[in-house]
Design a protein around this ligand. Structure first.
Ligand code: F6P
Length: 328
């Protein structure tokens, strides 16, 4: 450990915020301090980096944040950083502040930006996967996914109460831009009759057959969970069912950004803590251009070329089968 000459580690959060990002920031700062390195907080992701919105973080400044949702460093999606000129400004700011190592907390867009920054600056950097979507190859879980899925399940449970009282069919849309992880697992845990995800498109006719069968099986109310990224949205599906039959009393609930907020679960806090420390240890051990991940309970480092470039975090076909068996 401590083999490299890194002295000042910059940390930032980028892309959509995720519960547990604060725990990861805390872990990066405390681990840096443990190894007698300085930490700098870069506000608003790559936007703040370009503008030099950078300040010192001490171990006390990350006190009382492990339980808080959101990110104390704030987050942004930066268009300017996608350009070489934008990245040159960011690199100049890093140099000006003496930052010689970086930890980025975010999703695949964050890692792609980081890769370009490393190539153009030579500053060693490691990514920590923070996104509720759980859509990054090379890690079984991303920070925030567990909390967001628990939030979705809690909402589904509440909707079930009212659905049952009125014998209604609900289409519940959960987040997941290109990914069905939240949808699939909240559907299993919430007892949905069907789940619609981008990775395994169910046709409208297939869905209608399931709904018809559940009606015949005397099911008084039904919940269908739809991932935001599915080809047919919750609104589309509700409209199509209503057009085919007036048998169902249909409602749609879009959970939206409430899935992004809230206090992180124990799982996300521990995962974020492990990943934040692993990122600092990796940097000080000479690693760069990689992303920390958890595979089968162990911390791993994935190189950019191994996990990016179109690679996806595959949905477990066993989970899809489980959802199907349990919905009958
Ligand atoms: O990537 C995380 C995520 O929450 C997606 O599930 C969602 O599609 C997207 O971010 C929403 O982004 P924004 O908050 O910028 O609208």
């Amino acid at each position: 450990m401590n083999a490299t000459s890194i002295n000042k580690i910059g940390v930032f959060t980028s892309g959509g915020d995720a519960p547990g990002m604060n725990a990861a920031i805390r872990a990066v700062v405390r681990a840096s301090n443990f190894f007698q390195k300085e930490s700098m907080g870069i506000a608003r992701g790559y936007e703040g980096m370009i503008e030099g919105d950078i300040s010192k973080l001490g171990t006390r400044s990350v006190g009382n944040i492990i339980q808080r949702g959101g990110t104390i460093l704030k987050s942004a999606r930066s268009e300017t950083f996608r350009t070489k000129e934008g990245r040159a400004k960011a690199i100049a700011q890093l140099r000006k502040h003496g930052i010689d190592g970086l930890v980025a907390i975010g999703g695949d867009g964050t890692f792609t930006g980081l890769h370009a920054l490393i190539e153009e600056s030579g500053i060693p950097a490691i990514c920590v996967p923070g996104t509720i979507d759980n859509d990054i190859a090379g890690t079984d879980y991303t920070i925030g996914y567990d909390t967001a899925t628990n939030t979705a399940v809690e909402a589904i449970d509440r909707i079930r109460d009212t659905a049952l009282s009125h014998n209604r069919l609900f289409f519940i849309e959960v987040m997941g831009r290109h990914s069905g992880y939240i949808a699939l697992n909240s559907a299993i845990a919430g007892g949905a009759v069907a789940v619609i995800i981008p990775e395994a498109e169910t046709t409208f006719d297939e869905l209608y057959t399931i709904l018809e069968q559940s009606g015949k099986a005397n099911k008084k109310s039904s919940l269908v969970v739809v991932a935001e990224g599915a080809k047919l949205t919750a609104m589309d599906l509700a409209r199509m069912v209503a057009e085919r039959s007036n048998y169902f009393d249909i409602k749609v609930t879009i959970l939206g950004h409430l899935q992004r907020g809230g206090s992180p679960t124990y799982f996300d806090r521990v995962l974020a803590s492990q990943m934040g420390v692993a990122a600092v240890e990796g940097l000080l051990g000479g690693k760069t251009d990689c992303m920390v991940g958890i595979r089968n309970g162990k911390m791993v480092y994935n190189s950019f070329k191994d996990i990016m470039n179109g690679q996806t975090h595959e949905i477990d076909p066993g989970a899809l089968r489980l959802a199907k068996i349990l919905s009958t």
